[in-house]
Write a protein that binds this ligand. Structure first.
Ligand SMILES: [Zn+2]
Length: 708
């Protein structure tokens, strides 16, 4: 079937999205109390405006959250006028692709008529993620209703892609919109909707009993939760496969995706592109999502609202901010897809579109080199997430990846994020940050890497579970690390002290808070680099607790960071998962989170690497990305601070960051000697020993240099 891979996804070479850089997400909602809303919508001037702005593809609301379809359907309500047909014609006439957006999980019209189609908890209360919209259950007859609507769309209209929204996919955790054990977790942020554990609608009750031969447990044990999750995922999978089959049959070249497709928690993973929401001002997270997506080996979009305060806000983002987001995604090969709201009279914000057009112009060099650029890493932040078979682990494992990503980004280390099934020849160091679930094959890959002379940093519970989520008695990587697992320490946090003289001495004597439970392990013959001091617990004056953390005690000390050489390589084991806690990096005014721990992570990394490939005096807010490009290299510098909410946003093109110098290792990059900017202008360089020194010209938001 049209050259698709084993998962049925279109390969990048036949996937038009792989070269699309200027894509918008056009939000068009028509609530029933505005019956004439669509009447003023005129596809011709609308398509003209998009073409003038340089837009290459639009994701357009064909069915909105109210359940209203803007095309002809015999199932459910549709607009008086067919908008989709004339719109596709107008866009195609201007060379613009049409990606058909369908609200799958929200349909207010259908649920008002069929309350039994809602996701409900065991008390029968509907699940409300974004008030007043209630979530539909894909196990209910709604699935067939929706597939009929999709069939009419894909068969009746020459769409270039199908984009489904509001898909409950993942095991609940801090990355999802509801949290199993921690209701206070990050409620203002999510990566993906979670699967209800359980949904107690009549369809789920009936089908669970039929498929599992027992009643749906309404007060599930952890084992029950696993079964309920798999049951829920099968329901969602039937919808996602059903919709894709309809699309493939009618439009073999059209691309298929859904919100959350290919994200770390997606257990189904059948989209043709990776689609992840990542919003400003979380630029560090946007960079994570883009790097993750590149590691996934598919074309990718990072979805971001065009409004300052969310998807529906009429207050548009300034151009400089949108340029930062476009560049953060773009340097990692992803497309930043910016949301735009179409007004109730069919009008749009022309100033915002003009700004977007200016951004496309400013980032044209990225667009031009998309196919020719790859990363140039020396570290792999390795994921062994098994979202389908070990679902409960995906979110903490993603947290581990995010922490090391934030640290390495701010330390200007060159790295990839992704799985171990790849050519590891580029990497000198593999970091496994709390990658709990690991298969025997993954363990063998890491062991071979270290035997062959590579270095490895392993943290927390890495390899303590099989890929099906069941526990191992000891670390599967224990032999390589030379450590033996002894169990949980039972303390919720501890203090970390770096041994005098260890790790370059920079952090020695400082008291760092580890806001996670340290594990107990036997360090065997390893050198101990840092220890954990367990805090004083017991009857403590509440005053002390109210003001902070109980003081550490010297009486209970355990090894926390140990290291040794093995084969030709070296290993470091950290007996705790470093984590940002509830704070995210890159967001001023939201606390410092793991600031010291990020410094420690950089120290461990540099200690394992020796001299990094690229050294710079750039501040931590500047992301520096080395890439390969034709016979030479690219260096991208991204000033995240330009988009911090408490900063006055600059005009597009004003220089704000200066005096940045870079040093590149010519021993490893070849005898590079010249640098130029995107306009071809020469950038001053000097060669000193095996280093090429580059003086980066002052820049605003994003600079790109070519080195050869
Ligand atoms: Zn249900």
């Amino acid at each position: 079937m049209n050259g698709s891979d084993a998962t049925g996804s279109l390969p990048p070479e036949t996937n038009w999205f792989s070269t699309a850089t200027n894509v918008t997400h056009e939000i068009f909602l028509s609530p029933p109390w505005l019956p004439d809303r669509t009447q003023a919508f005129d596809p011709e001037p609308y398509a003209d405006a998009l073409a003038r702005a340089g837009v290459q593809a639009v994701e357009f609301y064909c069915k909105d959250h109210n359940g209203l379809c803007y095309y002809r359907t015999a199932h459910g309500p549709s607009s008086k006028r067919d908008l989709v047909g004339p719109l596709i014609e107008a866009l195609h006439a201007r060379g613009i692709k049409f990606f058909a957006y369908v609200s799958a999980g929200y349909d207010a019209f259908a649920l008002a008529r069929h309350p039994d189609w809602r996701v409900v908890d065991r008390e029968g209360r509907p699940r409300v993620v974004a008030p007043p919209l209630e979530l539909v259950c894909f196990r209910s007859p709604y699935r067939e209703y929706l597939l009929h609507q999709i069939k009419e769309l894909v068969e009746g209209y020459p769409i270039d892609g199908l984009w489904l929204d509001i898909i409950p996919l993942a095991w609940p955790g801090p990355h999802t919109d509801s949290h199993l054990n921690d209701p206070d977790a990050e409620s203002d942020f999510f990566m993906v909707h979670d699967v209800p554990l359980p949904c107690a609608c009549s369809s789920c009750l009936e089908q669970f009993a039929l498929e599992q031969d027992r009643p749906l447990p309404l007060e599930p044990t952890p084992d029950d939760q696993y079964d309920i999750f798999q049951f829920g995922v099968r329901g969602v999978s039937r919808l996602l496969h059903g919709a894709r089959d309809l699309l493939r049959r009618a439009r073999p070249d059209a691309i298929y995706t859904y919100n959350g497709s290919g994200c770390p928690g997606d257990p189904i993973d059948i989209g043709d592109i990776v689609s992840i929401e990542a919003h400003a001002p979380e630029y560090v997270f946007q960079s994570f999502a883009a790097r993750w997506a590149r590691g996934h080996g598919r074309s990718m979009e990072i979805l971001t609202p065009g409004g300052l305060d969310g998807w529906m806000t009429p207050q548009a983002k300034p151009a400089a901010l949108m340029q930062l987001e476009a560049a953060v995604a773009g340097v990692h090969g992803a497309t930043a897809v910016v949301g735009r709201v179409i007004g109730s009279d069919g009008s749009w914000d022309q100033a915002h579109l003009d700004d977007l057009s200016a951004v496309y112009g400013a980032e044209r060099s990225l667009a031009d080199s998309r196919r020719e650029s790859t990363s140039c890493p020396e570290v792999l932040v390795a994921s062994t997430i098994h979202a389908a078979s070990a679902p409960a682990s995906w979110s903490p494992m993603a947290k581990g990846l995010e922490f090391w990503h934030a640290a390495l980004l701010q330390g200007h280390i060159q790295y990839d994020i992704g799985n171990l099934e790849r050519d590891l020849a580029d990497y000198r160091l593999i970091v496994l940050p709390d990658q709990r679930a690991m298969s025997a094959a993954e363990v063998a890959i890491v062991e071979r890497f270290v035997e062959d002379g590579g270095s490895c940093i392993v943290t927390g519970q890495t390899s303590l579970y099989w890929e099906d989520g069941s526990a191992r008695a000891d670390f599967a990587l224990g032999k390589m690390l030379g450590v033996r697992y002894l169990g949980r320490s039972g303390v919720p946090f501890a203090y970390l002290t770096v041994r005098e003289g260890a790790l370059g001495g920079e952090l020695a004597g400082r008291r760092l808070i580890i806001d996670r439970e340290p594990l107990l392990f036997d360090p065997l013959d390893n050198e101990t680099l840092a220890v954990a001091n367990v805090p004083v617990f017991g009857p403590i004056d509440p005053y002390i607790i109210a003001w902070g953390y109980p003081e550490p005690t010297e009486r209970r000390t355990q090894p926390l960071i140990v290291g040794h050489g093995t084969g030709r390589g070296s290993t470091t084991y950290v007996g705790v998962a470093f984590d940002e806690g509830p704070q995210r990096p890159g967001s001023p005014g939201r606390g410092f989170g793991g600031a010291w721990l990020r410094r420690l992570a950089i120290t461990l990394t540099v200690s394992a690497l020796g001299e990094p490939l690229l050294v710079t005096n750039a501040g931590a807010a500047v992301e520096v990305v080395l890439g390969r490009h034709r016979s030479g290299f690219t260096i991208d510098l991204l000033d995240h601070a330009v988009g911090w909410p408490d900063r006055l946003l600059p005009e597009l093109g004003q220089g704000t960051v200066g005096d940045i110098r870079l040093r590149l290792d010519r021993d490893r990059l070849g005898l590079v000697s010249r640098a130029r900017g995107v306009t071809g202008a020469t950038v001053p360089t000097t060669v000193e020993g095996h280093w090429l020194d580059v003086a980066v010209p002052a820049f605003n938001v994003h600079a790109r240099l070519f080195i050869d």
